[in-house]
Design a binder for this molecule. Structure first.
Ligand code: KG4
Ligand code: ZN
Length: 337
């Protein structure tokens, strides 16, 4: 079974081919144009997707050495994401499915991230715990099997990636903030500034990041403009450290609570090297296995969408061509019609 995956939910235009669960190609084009605006501009993102999507799909097929007639299904992100951006991928996928008379599968973007660890590691099996850390979400899911997900913990306000992005903006760094903060933190001291892991009273598994952003803002306000540059590495190192410690603190509690020993991390923040390093310490402390996807499958990509689509196809599922883009799609409301 050969599946074409398409992803256009935010600022990556991507297409991928998966054959019988094995990756044949994954082409990702990141829209650099948003850097100058300090964040993703929805209308610009839709236009860029529209300009690029056909050639990205073509090059994914070329790199996989297949032609359109080899395709057995088309999987595409239908939410969550930016409405216009989602529409581009969704309509191209529907057009290909109708034109070739093959099944069409709408995939929840977050469900794609959950399966990112299976791209390089097809033996990765259930049940597992997944810490999903992206620009829009920070959640811990217990994955019993494909389509059976239980939410263990989630952020009450900002996502971890959002905290990196907003923190970077406060420090005058570029978008996306995660890689910028990571780069600057390499020359900084994690203990130079004191930020504490935020507590969420209602649930020991839930996260909160908006207070950290405010704490960073107040710290920066006390520093004069001409001195700020000198403090950026230390501020980045200390801020990055508390975000990572917060993530690992909740993850540890969730591992204890669920008793699971196979842990997956996914989403853009999983690209962070300091996070990977500190997760290894937790791995050893708890005697569990914590898996991170290859860097190229942490941030948005169509390979994870094709993989989730392939899993759904194996389950005999397909989506209606009436499926619409759902910008605020939740994982527990995955549409399996
Ligand atoms: O999963 P993703 O590509 O898109 C969403 O679905 O949101 O995640 C993007 C987020 C951004 O907030 C970005 O700042 C963050 O992931 N990110 C990182 C790193 N690379 C990307 N955060 C920390 N360290 C990184 N190296
Ligand atoms: Zn994502």
């Amino acid at each position: 079974m050969t599946v074409l995956g398409i992803e256009t939910s935010c600022d990556e235009t991507s297409a991928s081919i998966i054959k019988d669960g094995k990756l044949l190609s994954n082409v990702v084009l990141t829209q650099e144009i948003h850097r100058k605006y300090g964040g993703v501009v929805p209308e610009v993102a839709s236009r860029e997707h529209e300009h690029q999507i056909i050639s990205i799909v073509d090059s994914a097929m070329k790199r996989a050495s297949i032609s359109k007639t080899d395709l057995n299904a088309v999987a595409v992100t239908y939410g969550a994401g930016l409405f216009g951006a989602l529409l581009v991928g969704l309509n191209v996928a529907k057009g290909i499915a109708i034109g070739l008379g093959i099944p069409f599968l709408g995939v929840n973007h977050m469900e794609g991230h959950l399966f990112a660890n299976m791209i390089d590691n097809p033996e990765f099996d259930y049940p597992f715990l997944c810490l999903l850390v992206s620009g829009g979400h920070t959640q811990i899911w217990k994955v019993e099997k494909f389509g059976d997900y239980q939410l263990v913990g989630q952020t009450r306000d900002d996502a971890a990636g959002e905290a990196f992005d907003k923190g970077a903006r406060i420090l005058g760094l570029n978008y996306p903030g995660g890689p910028e903060i990571e780069k600057n933190a390499q020359n900084g001291d994690t203990k130079a500034f004191h930020f504490t892991i935020p507590k969420v009273k209602a649930s020991e598994f839930d996260f909160s990041f908006s207070g950290l952003k405010t704490a960073l803002l107040y710290t920066v306000r006390k520093i004069s403009d001409n001195e700020l540059k000198d403090h950026v590495p230390n501020l980045c190192a200390s801020f990055q450290e508390v975000i990572i410690d917060t993530l690992l603190d909740k993850l540890e509690k969730s591992i204890d609570h669920t008793g699971l020993s196979k842990i997956a991390v996914a989403g853009g923040v999983a690209a962070n090297q300091r996070f990977r390093q500190k997760a290894q310490n937790l791995e050893q402390k708890l005697g569990v296995n914590i898996y991170f996807p290859d860097l190229k499958y942490c941030t948005d990509n169509a390979a994870m969408i094709a993989m989730a689509g392939y899993e759904r196809l194996k389950n005999g599922e397909m989506s209606s061509l009436n499926l619409r883009a759902v910008p605020n799609l939740m994982l527990d409301t995955v549409c399996h019609d």
